[in-house]
Write a protein that binds this ligand. Structure first.
Ligand code: SF4
Length: 312
């Protein structure tokens, strides 16, 4: 068996920053420490922090007054910030700056009187947070059909925004449909899909012709991991989204010789390496890393943490 290991894969700058923020908050404040929603959408990351005493909540009122809370990389709506203030929580905002950028665009368009069409997945934490910035002005568009059948006049004052972790190809189709129906619609030059999502998809697209099967490390609720598996499938290859090597069924590889391994932006590298180790042990795999694009993006810790030092 030959394994092609995609690069870039795995952690992006936003996920690194969010995880570093939680590590630092643990050092500074200790436990109990609360996180609103999963810090990133990955089972391993969440379970490891849970074991160290971090409590993940879906509602601010689950957190005792005067506690410390971190907002996850996906961002939160203003109503959540207000609820935290009411409970006198010490809030640390680990929202990825690329998500914050979409929030700011939503605020600006809403102030200027636009109806905003947010291309994204209903119920995803990021989408819920963005809608919360201007609930009366935003409508979700999930696919091309919805874009084509929106009950809005052609001359409506419209803007579009996108979730950061969409399929680049799907978003392009939806934006094209919107521009066709609403020629005056405004928006970002192309979309708001982040560099990490784009690069991981680009790597799969470029490498998938050389393989028989694709393994994507990532959790089922990770939007960008799901998109990688879907992309590989749409290119005609069997693709499996797995949280760890323990989910691999050896029968998948029957008659297959070349495997592409990649990972979503929230999947830790040790999980990827465990998977590679499994393929080496079980199938005598030789591994070749192929780099499609170099990444050198990093984000500062949230301002609430920058000024604090660790007490030992
Ligand atoms: S996937 Fe993109 S938007 Fe999401 S945390 Fe990573 S860099 Fe930020």
């Amino acid at each position: 068996m030959k394994v092609i290991l995609a690069n870039p894969r795995g952690f992006c700058a936003g996920v690194n920053m969010a995880i570093d923020s939680l590590e630092r908050a643990l050092q500074i404040f200790g436990t109990p420490l609360y996180v609103y929603h999963e810090i990133v959408h990955n089972r391993h990351v969440v379970e490891r922090f849970k074991k160290r005493g971090v409590v993940f909540v879906d509602h601010i009122d689950e957190i005792p007054s005067d506690s410390v809370v971190l907002y996850s990389a996906h961002g939160v709506a203003p109503a959540i910030r207000e609820a935290s203030v009411k409970r006198n929580l010490n809030a640390i905002d680990a929202t990825c700056p690329l998500v914050t950028k979409v929030h700011l665009e939503a605020i600006r368009f809403a102030k200027e009187g636009y109806t905003i069409l947010l291309i994204g997945h209903e119920g995803h934490d990021e989408v819920v947070g963005t809608i919360g910035e201007a609930p009366g002005s935003i409508r979700i568009v999930q696919d091309e059909h919805e874009a084509e059948t929106l009950d809005l006049p052609t001359n409506a004052k419209l803007a579009f925004l996108t979730q950061t972790t969409l399929s680049v190809d799907d978003a392009e189709v939806i934006i094209k449909a919107l521009r066709k129906r609403f020629p005056h619609i405004v928006g970002p030059k192309k979309d708001d899909i982040c560099y990490a999502t784009q690069n991981r998809q680009e790597a799969v697209k470029e490498l998938v012709p050389d393989v028989d099967i694709v393994l994507v490390l990532g959790s089922r609720n990770s939007s960008n991991s799901l998109r990688l598996a879907e992309l590989a499938t749409s290119c005609g290859k069997s693709a499996y989204l797995i949280d760890s090597a323990s989910e691999i069924d050896p029968a998948w590889f029957s008659g297959k010789h070349t495997v592409l391994v990649t990972a979503g932006a929230s999947a830790p590298e040790d999980v990827v390496q465990d998977c590679i180790e499994y393929l080496r042990n079980q199938f005598d795999a030789i591994v070749e890393t192929r780099t499609i694009r170099e990444e050198d993006v990093s984000f500062n810790l949230p301002k609430e943490l920058r000024s604090l030092t660790v007490l030992s």
